[in-house]
Design a protein around this ligand. Structure first.
Ligand SMILES: Cc1cc2nc3c(=O)[nH]c(=O)nc-3n(C[C@H](O)[C@H](O)[C@H](O)COP(=O)(O)OP(=O)(O)OC[C@H]3O[C@@H](n4cnc5c(N)ncnc54)[C@H](O)[C@@H]3O)c2cc1C
Length: 417
């Protein structure tokens, strides 16, 4: 194979979202491109995205994309501009795949199948005459006579004038994204910022959380703080697990919490179970309920207020016996009930490991990459695209758009000159 085609104009390492788009763009511009993927097929992680439905992008304006990658969002401005969410949607539509926008602007294929997204990419690779080599794991990149030599596991090699590294992050390793690209980047002199999990469930100190496993709370407010300092707060859905908390709201806030845990051993998570009511409103509601249903046990009265599974734990945190009659509850205890409804406490101690994070925080330092071209500032002719670059966004399609946009920009610039 290598004698027939070597050297390629452009070799792309990693056949996920970023690498596929980079190779397609290079092919569209008439370059002889090769896409090298270690798995037997392309897009193994793409197939898992959006619970198998693939939330490819979001309908939000460009500035929202930049904010979502805050504080590093500005780095991606040129990429999001060069290949926007509209451009990406047009790409899939012109490939015959209709799309639909769901809540919060999340865009999915109408088929609800990530496989249809991968099929459009495969078709486009074929149409643009990109050679696709699957089942080939690249283990090293070397420079020789102004070219790049890519070494395979079996010691054979392939040569190219330009190389795009799009090997993804280091999470969900079974998809092939084991972090090889970070090692290659480091060996070539790039700084790799410490890898950490983002979009990851959090673990808590309280053992009783196991009893709530599987319980989802919708439309609640979650605030994180250490000492008296508030970190972040937002409204959404939380799910209890046997080790702690997950669900969309927790996953989206987890990147900030993981960073805060680098400095603080424990972070307090307070759940406002009644975000629509101020304390005084809650108080008058409870006073009324207590007056009307004075003779029933508090555990039964609480069923109007809390999910049944939470009641035992809630009352035990306050040292209130569930069997007590409502009319025996003291004013102090009522006040504690209100405080706990407004700030149900959990102690965050950590997160699941990076392997179980949906996205990798950290990665090849943006300082070493030209944001207008995605070319390395250290090794001319070498480009980066996708999750290998530091920075991560919450869920909503922003991370895949980042991969497609940086892939496009890298492919376009590698094809120039
Ligand atoms: C469960 C889950 C659900 C997700 N859902 C969404 C979602 O709905 N929307 C969204 O925006 N984001 C989602 N994400 C995040 C999204 O999947 C990533 O941001 C995106 O896949 C990154 O694309 P990439 O091309 O940079 O990397 P990847 O998709 O990880 O692709 C990298 C490719 O490189 C290959 N590779 C690695 N090393 C080598 C090597 N040495 N030689 C050859 N090939 C190599 C890998 O096998 C892999 O195929 C989800 C992530 C997970 C884990």
């Amino acid at each position: 194979m290598e004698n027939k085609t070597n050297p390629y104009d452009i070799a792309v390492i990693g056949g996920g979202a970023a690498g596929s788009m980079a190779a397609i763009r290079a092919g569209q511009l008439g370059k002889r491109a090769v896409l090298i993927e270690r798995n037997e097929s392309l897009g193994k992680k793409l197939m898992m995205t959006g619970k198998g439905r693939c939330n490819i992008t979001n309908t939000a304006p460009l500035d929202t994309f930049i904010k979502k990658f805050s504080p590093q969002g500005e780095f991606f401005r040129s990429a999001f501009f060069a290949f926007s969410n509209d451009d990406l949607m047009e790409f899939f539509r012109s490939g015959g795949l209709e799309l639909k926008a769901e809540r919060q602007g999340r865009v999915f294929p109408v088929t609800d199948r990530a496989g249809s997204v991968v099929s459009v990419l495969e078709e486009s690779l074929k149409k643009n005459k990109v050679d696709v080599l699957c089942g080939k794991r690249i283990t090293g990149i070397e420079r020789k006579d102004g070219r790049f030599v890519l070494i395979w596991e079996d010691a054979r090699h392939i040569e190219a004038n330009k190389v795009i590294v799009s090997t993804g992050g280091a999470s969900y390793k079974a998809t092939g994204s084991t972090g090889d690209g970070f090692i290659m980047a480091e060996r070539l002199g790039h700084k790799v910022k410490a890898l950490k999990p983002a979009l990851v469930p959090l673990t808590v100190k309280e053992h009783w959380v196991k009893e709530l496993q599987g319980l989802a709370l919708e439309n609640i407010r979650v605030s994180f703080q250490y000492g008296k300092k508030k970190l972040i707060s937002d409204v959404g859905e939380v799910m209890f697990t046997h080790f702690g908390v997950s669900g969309p709201l927790v996953l989206d806030m987890s990147g900030d919490i993981v960073s805060a845990l680098e400095k603080h051993k424990e972070i307090l998570m307070a759940i406002d179970l009644k975000p629509g009511l101020r304390k005084e409103q809650l108080e008058s509601k409870l006073v009324h309920k207590f007056a009307v249903k004075g003779n029933i046990q508090i555990k039964n009265l609480m069923q109007d207020i809390l999910p049944k599974r939470m009641i035992g734990i809630f009352l035990s945190l306050l040292n209130v016996s569930p069997e007590r009659r409502t009319n025996q509850i003291t004013r102090k205890e009522r006040s504690a009930i209100i405080d706990t409804l407004k700030a149900f406490p959990l102690t965050i101690r950590g997160s699941l490991p990076i392997e179980e994070a949906m996205v990798t925080g950290g990665g090849v330092s943006m300082k070493d990459i030209n944001p207008r071209t995605m070319e390395s500032k250290i090794v001319p002719g070498l480009y980066f695209a996708g999750e290998i670059i530091e920075g991560a966004a919450p869920s909503g399609g922003y991370n895949l758009q980042q991969a497609f946009s940086t892939g496009y920009l890298a492919g376009e610039n590698a094809a120039k000159g």
